[in-house]
Design a protein around this ligand. Structure first.
Ligand code: SAH
Ligand code: SF4
Ligand code: F3S
Length: 448
């Protein structure tokens, strides 16, 4: 750890409040940014009005995500009037997307820092203090290189590791490629070094992150693939499990599925969003596959990896989605029987291709379709989980259960949450648990 007195950017105002919105990748960026600030001697506080620096790491994927941040920012106006020395910063995807327009809408904001600039956060904060004016940092061409302070992760036994940044897919509804920039893969040696450091520090499970993880390796010398990366990480002693998200059906190769089946540490869990079951909607979403292709891919995966569990995302109410299109989605869900699904109402994003289409599905219809899919998935998850009653599953014990602190909780290889009675000493270990009761979201059992 760099001691604050050695720091280049010494700063005596040292408490920070940090709130993150958005996906796992954003949460990890927040963790890395906070790591940098902690190394500068900052202390985290959990109330905004006790902090010298207030930061929001933001998401732009749907309008609702942005509205939430703007309302949080608006609420800071009075505090900022009373304490003008407090620094208010907006980081991440919405910062990248809205740029200096944020200063216009929220003049009390001091810092707007985009998705590829957070490695310079301590320096940017200091610039604001020195200059007394606001700072805009939304350069897209920056390569982020953050030396990770492994000891700052929120969960001791589990860690997320970004392996590819950005997305080149440009699905017609999606803002991510516009705010996260083009795909850049990290080298295998760089990633391996980080995972080894995490494992040496006690971590047992890593989840590799990428908006489009199947593209991993494109642009790196030697034609490396995600399969090569997984094989290398599989050899790390002391690492128990490897997961990776998010898979894109069009970029998911059968070769990769076979590789996963051979690697003992790679878990039997695929998060591979289908988005819709209707071919004409998929086409307008620019997803590059048909529902038939998706079905075949899942059948192949389940043939090669018998216990493979699949999770998906769906968007309801995409422009022009008819009842018939929606029924196709229902059919796909009924057929595949996902372990779990994230379901979203379509939200037009300025600058995307789909925003040029009329948002013609009424909000009540979007809401009704959303509810229908949620109900359907709930029933499927419950029925699938019931099949596990009487079975023994392998659990990585994460610690006390959030719902009942007398119990322990952990996850199966297929990513089910398991709650059970057990000794605290098993925390961080892989143990076997006999399942005797389930809900749609949780399995309950006893260690064997
Ligand atoms: N990279 C991942 C996740 C992208 S964002 C992937 O390719 O799947 C997470 C999810 O948000 C997407 O899978 C999609 O279902 C949803 N989403 C993205 N843009 C959206 C929009 N404009 N309206 C509603 N949901 C959206
Ligand atoms: Fe968005 Fe599509 Fe890229 Fe996923 S693959 S981040 S949905 S553009
Ligand atoms: Fe949101 Fe950015 Fe993630 S837009 S979903 S936080 S990549």
């Amino acid at each position: 750890m760099i001691h604050s007195s050695n720091s280049m950017y010494k700063d005596q105002h040292k408490t920070v409040f940090f709130e993150t919105f958005g996906c796992q990748m954003n949460k990890l960026d927040a963790e890395l940014s906070l790591g940098l600030l902690l190394e500068e001697g900052y202390q985290i506080v959990d109330k905004a009005d006790e902090a010298d620096v207030i930061l929001f790491n933001t998401c732009s994927v749907r309008q609702h995500a942005e509205d939430k941040v703007y309302s949080h920012l608006g609420a800071l106006k009075t505090l900022k009037k009373k304490h003008p020395e407090v620094i208010v910063g907006v980081l991440g995807c919405m910062a990248q997307k809205d740029g200096k327009a944020i200063f216009k809408r929220m003049p009390h904001v001091d810092l707007v820092c985009g998705t590829r600039m957070f490695a310079r956060l301590p320096e940017l904060i200091l610039n604001i203090r020195n200059r007394g004016s606001h700072v805009l940092a939304v350069d897209e061409d920056q390569i982020i290189h953050v030396k990770r302070a492994v000891s700052h992760r929120p969960n001791f036994y589990q860690a997320f590791v970004t392996v590819i940044r950005g997305c080149d897919n440009f699905c017609s509804y999606c803002i991510v490629p516009h705010v996260r920039g083009r795909e850049i893969s990290r080298t295998i040696s760089d990633i391996k070094e980080e995972v080894e450091a995490l494992v040496a520090n006690g971590c047992k499970e890593v989840t590799l992150l990428g908006q489009n993880i199947n593209s991993y390796g494109k642009g790196l010398p030697g034609g490396v693939t995600l399969g090569d990366l997984l094989s290398e990480l599989n050899d790390i002693d002391g690492l128990g499990r490897i997961r990776f998200v998010t898979s894109h059906p069009a970029d998911m190769s059968r070769d990769l599925i076979r590789t996963i089946s051979r690697l003992g540490k790679v878990c039997e869990y695929l998060h591979m969003p289908a988005q819709s079951g209707s071919d004409q909607i998929l086409k307008r979403m620019r997803r590059g596959y048909t529902a038939g292709y998706y079905r075949d891919l899942i059948s192949y995966a389940r043939e090669v990896i018998p216990h493979m569990m699949v999770a998906s995302d769906f968007i309801v109410g995409f422009p022009g989605e008819t009842d018939e299109d929606f029924q196709e989605t229902v059919r796909l869900m009924e057929e595949i029987r996902f372990q779990n699904c994230f379901i979203f109402k379509y939200s037009p994003r300025t600058g995307t291709k789909a925003a040029e289409l009329e948002d013609d599905v009424a909000d009540e219809v979007k809401r009704a379709r959303n509810m229908r899919l949620l109900e359907l998935q709930k029933g499927i998850s419950l029925a699938e989980n019931k099949k596990l009653i009487g079975r023994v599953v392998q659990v990585l014990v994460e610690g006390a259960s959030k719902s009942d602190s007398n119990k322990l909780s952990g996850r199966t290889r297929q990513n089910h949450i398991v709650v059970f009675n057990g000794s605290r000493e098993s925390t961080g270990k892989l143990i076997d648990v006999l399942i005797h009761e389930v809900t749609d979201l949780t399995l309950y059992g006893t260690p064997t």
